[in-house]
Design a binder for this molecule. Structure first.
Ligand SMILES: NC(=O)c1ccc[n+]([C@@H]2O[C@H](COP(=O)([O-])OP(=O)(O)OC[C@H]3O[C@@H](n4cnc5c(N)ncnc54)[C@H](O)[C@@H]3O)[C@@H](O)[C@H]2O)c1
Length: 395
């Protein structure tokens, strides 16, 4: 199984090495497009490191490397241009999210995939994680009656990463609806089996992260490192819930941007209206730590309430009109709560020809991007926004 990778960075090297390879030891990364040849090569296991061939372009790689599949794992702003090129080939494609970071990119991507035979697995592990599909099946079986409301919460404990590593570059990420909520709004739509058609959103900007510390400052050079809760020493000594404790850029730096120039939000929320009439709320908070960790959803119909939390690995089913409540505990220890394994199996199945359908198709990625772009625009403009629907408008 010969794989070509565009952008072999931290995320996709981890998915390939720790999730795909154990599922199919025949997998070989034989070709790459990545300007950081040394870094990309170093992230390969020994058996592929010597043999991998680097190409200057995707076109040349596909023309020469006799590939069975493609993986695109560059940073956010390059997903669309590479995916548009990949749409021309029939090779199964594993594509990192967000699939687009602007309306121009998203519409161009939709146009490129109209009529394309390239099967895409978008890297949305949450929708396919066992807790989410378990809950979706209960909804479909009528456990709560017609789902009327959904609450999605996202209190990840590593939110500072969006201010101290490359995600802080607003030009690349375009904010944390596109970067983070793209997962959550996708799985919320999947649970309710309906797209989001209207949003009203708000963001909290520059109240926690960002600030006036000098551009480019890292902890090693900083006179406040001894007392700063984000310094490696403090994190290590106080175990304050974030595992990255090496030297890093200051999350209070002026180079993060300002609300006026554009910056990632400390927290953001959206009111959601779904095409089937259900409504919802979504909130993401990026400065929560330790036991404040929480990520999951609560879905309510007249007959009951279903909820789950990936951090606690539990699901709950409350019957509203009978005196019974079920608590379910899920297994632990897999990437993205088991979702990465499901994505990888689907992708490998498509390559081997054993499966014909992607469980996270390109339309899901583009629809989520449209939803996040509407939320971003709503937060910027302070009004409700209709969400563009895939296929609804000629592109
Ligand atoms: N699906 C998920 O749950 C999930 C989790 C983490 C990250 N991500 C996404 O994965 C993406 C990559 O994140 P990362 O942490 O791996 O970043 P990274 O910086 O480690 O990897 C990016 C790679 O792209 C390469 N690259 C840069 N310019 C390129 C170009 N012009 N052509 C080809 N390659 C180029 C870099 O050299 C690097 O190897 C981001 O968009 C991020 O949002 C997704």
């Amino acid at each position: 199984m010969r794989i070509g990778v565009v952008g072999h960075g931290g995320r996709v090297s981890s998915v390939i090495n720790h999730t795909m390879r154990p599922l199919d030891p025949a997998l070989r990364v034989v070709a790459m497009v990545d300007p950081d040849e040394a870094g990309a090569r170093a992230r390969l296991p020994e058996q592929d490191r010597e043999g991998v061939v680097f190409y200057p372009t995707l076109d040349e790689m596909v023309g020469k490397a006799k590939l069975d599949a493609l993986v695109i794992g560059t940073r956010c702003d390059l997903h669309t241009p590479y995916a548009i090129e990949a749409a021309k080939y029939d090779l199964p494609l594993f594509l990192e999210k967000p699939v687009a970071n602007s309306l121009e990119q998203a519409t161009a991507l939709e146009a490129a995939f109209e009529g394309s035979r390239c099967p895409v697995v978008v890297s949305f592990p949450l929708r396919v994680s066992p807790l989410c599909t378990f809950t979706r099946a209960r909804i479909a079986a009528g456990a709560i009656g017609r789902p009327e409301h959904i609450l999605g919460v996202n209190y990840v404990t590593y939110g500072v990463t969006y201010f101290e590593c490359f995600y802080r570059n607003f030009a690349v990420t375009q904010g944390l609806f596109l970067q983070k909520a793209t997962h959550d709004l996708d799985y919320m739509s999947y649970l309710l089996d309906a797209p989001i058609v209207r949003v009203a959103a708000m963001g909290l900007y520059g109240r926690v992260f960002g600030g006036d510390r000098p551009a480019g400052l890292t902890c090693v050079q900083c006179d406040r490192a001894r007392t700063c809760p984000e310094s490696p020493g403090y994190r290590h000594a106080h175990q304050n819930g974030y595992w990255e404790d090496g030297d890093h850029l200051c999350p209070f730096g002026e180079d993060i941007g300002t609300p006026e120039t554009g910056m990632n939000e400390d927290a953001s929320s959206a009111l959601l209206q779904f095409a089937n009439g259900a409504q919802g709320v979504y909130t993401q908070v990026f400065f929560a730590r330790r036991d404040a960790a929480q990520r999951g959803a609560t879905i309510t119909g007249y007959d009951g309430t279903l909820s789950f939390d990936w951090y606690r690995n539990t699901a709950r089913y409350v019957r509203h009109h009978q005196p019974f409540t079920d608590d379910t505990t899920a297994g632990e220890g897999m990437g993205h709560f088991g979702g990465d394994h499901v994505l990888a199996q689907n992708f490998l199945g498509l390559i081997r020809g054993e499966e014909t359908t992607s469980i996270t198709p390109i339309e899901a990625g583009i629809q989520s991007a449209y939803t996040c772009l509407a939320a971003k625009a709503s937060a910027e403009q302070g009004c409700f926004m209709d969400v563009r629907q895939v296929g609804a408008t000629p592109v």
